[in-house]
Write a protein that binds this ligand. Structure first.
Ligand SMILES: NC(=O)c1ccc[n+]([C@@H]2O[C@H](COP(=O)([O-])OP(=O)(O)OC[C@H]3O[C@@H](n4cnc5c(N)ncnc54)[C@H](O)[C@@H]3O)[C@@H](O)[C@H]2O)c1
Length: 339
């Protein structure tokens, strides 16, 4: 008997609803909740640097997942990042696909473009964290990095904190900020260009970094009481930002610890950070641990990215695509051999 796999290219994924940030926030919060109650298997991702870590040109990352509860879906995200693409600007720095499988028969059922899913779910994780860790009356956001995640971060934060009035953005390439200002014109979201990291960060209620920098550039002295700091890459804040945080929250400590170059892992291995002080977002979302408790505390969320977010979103898009008749069918086999 033949078996068909549904292939959803980028246009299909968009037609199936991936750009609906409200929905993505809801799905991401649900999967953190399911993880918090023990319904998710998400082993640390496996990373492979090419040709090697010291002269890295690209990184390939494999992220297998099973989500239980009413989702009952297995899958894997095959992610990749390219230094050449970052330098040329001709292709996205990160390019990913997602494969969904039936958890019983193990048949692959769908292959999806993962680029937009990644951008949406990454910022949505920060949005869910901000819902629990930022001050509800937050009005200003200092954003560093106006790339793909820079764009979705604006949508995610505005989606959970409607009182936000202004995003102050800095990027090493000012034209990227100008492009986002134009893109968001007329949406009611005000973005202004900052002349430096310090100008964007000082006095902001939320600070969000989403750059490809491998060196830290946010200083602790710029962070005022009551701020939430969001770090999307793992290398962007100085150690004193981490030390200043009253609450430090991650998506997966097991993964963060494995990335020995990340600021949190460095602090852990040099005994400047006790892992008992690191909280997981899943425990806050599922009510096991408290989120923000006072207006003055400084909170920080740092993520490395969990495959369960991609599989959760992809499963939703797959079901939408089936309902709406979107996508192309690929035939895995006409007649299976060697049963
Ligand atoms: N945590 C997660 O789940 C997750 C998921 C995807 C991507 N990421 C990370 O998020 C980061 C951003 O990804 P992206 O897809 O938006 O990349 P991108 O290349 O689209 O954008 C990065 C931007 O950062 C800017 N930049 C680099 N160094 C800078 C610096 N020192 N100061 C100011 N701006 C600087 C670049 O000019 C660029 O505009 C990457 O590090 C990526 O690895 C994290």
């Amino acid at each position: 008997m033949k078996h068909e796999i549904l292939f959803l290219n980028q246009e299909d994924v968009i037609e199936a609803g991936v750009l609906n940030m409200g929905k993505i926030l809801e799905l991401v919060e649900k999967v953190f909740y399911l993880d918090g109650i023990g319904q998710v298997k998400n082993p640390p991702k496996t990373e492979m640097a090419v040709p090697d870590k010291d002269s890295r040109q690209s990184t390939f990352i494999s992220m297998p997942v099973y989500i239980g509860g009413d989702i009952n879906r297995a899958g894997v995200k095959w992610a990749a990042e390219s230094k050449a693409n970052m330098e040329s600007g001709l292709l996205p720095m990160g390019i990913d696909i997602v494969i969904l499988s039936d958890p019983v028969t193990v048949l692959p059922i769908a292959i999806l473009d993962g680029l937009v899913i990644t951008a949406m779910r990454t910022a949505a994780a920060a949005g869910v964290a901000a819902k629990h860790l930022a001050r509800k009356d937050s009005e200003t956001v200092g954003c560093i990095g106006a790339g793909i995640i820079g764009r979705t971060m604006i949508q995610a934060l505005k989606g959970v904190l409607p009182n936000i009035k202004q995003f102050k953005m800095f990027d090493l390439k000012p034209e990227k900020v100008d492009n986002l200002i134009k893109e968001f014109e007329g949406t009611g979201i005000e973005i202004i260009a900052a002349g430096s990291v310090e100008e964007a960060v000082r006095d902001a209620d939320i600070v969000a970094t989403m750059t490809t920098s491998k060196k830290p550039f946010v200083k602790g002295e710029w962070i005022k009481p009551g701020t939430m700091v969001i770090q999307m890459s793992s290398y962007e804040v100085e150690k004193d930002v981490v030390s200043k945080a009253d609450k430090l929250v991650v998506d997966s400590w097991a993964q963060m610890k494995e990335n020995s170059d990340s600021v949190l892992a460095q602090m852990f291995y040099s005994k400047e950070l006790d892992e008992d002080d690191v909280l997981h977002l899943k425990d806050i979302v599922s009510g096991k641990k408290a989120g923000r408790e006072t207006d003055d505390e400084i909170t920080m969320f740092s993520s490395r990215g969990m495959g369960c977010l991609d599989i959760m979103v992809a499963d939703y898009l797959y079901k939408q695509a089936i309902d709406k008749g979107i996508g192309q069918k690929l035939n895995l086999w006409e007649e299976v051999k060697w049963v």
